[in-house]
Design a protein around this ligand. Structure first.
Ligand code: PMP
Length: 399
């Protein structure tokens, strides 16, 4: 990334913190022995692995024994959903229609191949969970309810406590994909009511390719990969460099509540400044999920009917890194499933882009975007009818 770039894609990934780079390096250069080896070097690796587990547990307020290290949130989500098939003799899963694409696709494949029956909780037009719909779907035949803590595109926070109550009242378990909340707002496993929680290190300053499934103590959860590591819950030689990096990131985010609030308030103020400024300068700007409890760093918006590809192209020219929300829509062919579930028409959904800030985002960067983007987009938005959305789309996907 050029030093002049403005990185507003923190929901896609975050840069590794300096202490994370150091910890990964120590995993590669010092603690490279296999943590399962019985010799002294293996014991040393085992010891740092145990320390790392402790740091991650402290950060998430769970017990060290509840942490199962994985290759990331995708694997953790797979472990949660696959493990739920047949749990308590039940074969029904209930998910939200706004889940991450990896979860939705996995659920579809379980339905096709494993005889699972799916129930999809709808989203409200504001991007929240339709709790009444959830209550209808969660019956005593459901083994697992799976919802995100915060949506990766809109940033809208989901009512986890409510979902835990609904699930547990029917003898079902609750899995929470907390990938986007962890590192942006405090997340407390002990208090959230979930039985299983997925997290990913690279979303909070850690390395890619490492994450965890937190499994509530007492739940004998099946492994995806057989082997003796992770107490038989995840076979395969531990990725110690990655795990040490994740632990370093966890330590740097283990903050007192007031420090969290300070950070979230500062990031939220910059995000609000950005949104308000864009709405004022570019009439026709729509912010999805505005007014809902949201992650403080996330803004999901469209500028009139300008196609996301066009907006991202202009942002790129300004040196601003951003995304259209869902990776699958970055080709411009498929609109965001989250927006579609919110009832947003396809043509509008194809216009949405996501700006996701971080604690490193500065006031100057926000001012830079507020100055440059309206200049770049206003002439396009003012184009006479007939010359607007369809003709400015480079992919021509608007029929
Ligand atoms: N769940 C959510 C909500 C995510 O945003 C992501 C990453 N985009 C994942 C799961 C997948 O995480 P990972 O990259 O660790 O596999």
């Amino acid at each position: 990334m050029s030093t002049d770039s403005v990185y507003l894609d923190s929901n896609a990934t975050t840069p590794p913190l300096p202490e994370v780079v150091e910890a990964v390096m120590s995993g590669l250069s010092e603690h490279w022995a296999n943590a399962s080896s019985s010799h002294a070097m293996g014991q040393s690796s085992r010891q740092v692995l145990a320390q790392a587990r402790g740091h991650v547990a402290r950060f998430l307020n769970c017990k060290p024994a509840e942490v199962v290290f994985t290759s990331g949130a995708t694997e953790a989500n797979h472990m949660a959903l696959r493990g739920a098939v047949g749990f308590n003799g039940r074969h029904r899963l209930v998910l939200s229609a706004g889940e991450h694409a990896g979860v939705r696709k996995l659920a579809d494949s379980l339905e096709a191949r494993a005889g699972v029956v799916l129930g999809w909780i709808g989203l409200t037009p504001e991007g929240g969970l339709d709790v009444r719909h959830a209550a209808e779907l969660i019956t005593d035949e459901v083994s697992l309810v799976s919802v995100m803590a915060a949506n990766n595109e809109t940033g809208v926070l989901m009512p986890i406590g409510e979902m835990a109550r609904l699930a547990h009242a029917q003898g079902a378990l609750l899995h929470v994909d907390a990938t986007q909340q962890v590192g942006k707002l405090p997340f407390d496993f002990g208090r959230c009511g979930a039985d299983l929680v997925s997290v990913s290190a690279h979303k909070f300053g850690g390395p890619k390719g490492v994450g965890a499934l937190i499994v509530r103590q007492g739940l004998n959860w099946p492994a995806l990969f057989q082997g003796s590591q992770e107490r038989g819950r995840r076979g395969g030689t531990e990725n110690l460099p990655g795990i040490l990096g994740m632990a370093a990131a966890a330590q740097s985010h283990t903050l007192p509540v007031d420090a969290w609030m300070q950070r979230a308030t500062r990031v939220g103020a910059l995000r609000d400044q950005l949104e308000q400024g864009l709405m004022a300068r570019l009439p026709g700007t729509v912010v999805y999920g505005i007014g809902q409890p949201r992650l403080p760093n996330t803004s999901y918006l469209r500028f009139g009917m300008l196609h996301a590809d066009v907006v991202l192209q202009r942002l790129e020219q300004l040196g601003v890194m951003a995304s259209s929300g869902a990776a699958c829509s970055s080709s411009g062919q498929e609109p965001s499933a989250v927006l579609r579930a919110m009832g947003v028409p396809r043509a509008e959904a194809l216009c949405a882009i996501r700006l996701s800030l971080s604690p490193a985002t500065t006031h100057e960067q926000v001012q830079y975007v507020l100055h440059g983007l309206p200049q770049a987009l206003a002439p396009l938005m003012e184009a006479p009818a007939g010359l607007s959305a369809p003709t400015v789309s480079p992919t021509g996907v608007f029929a």
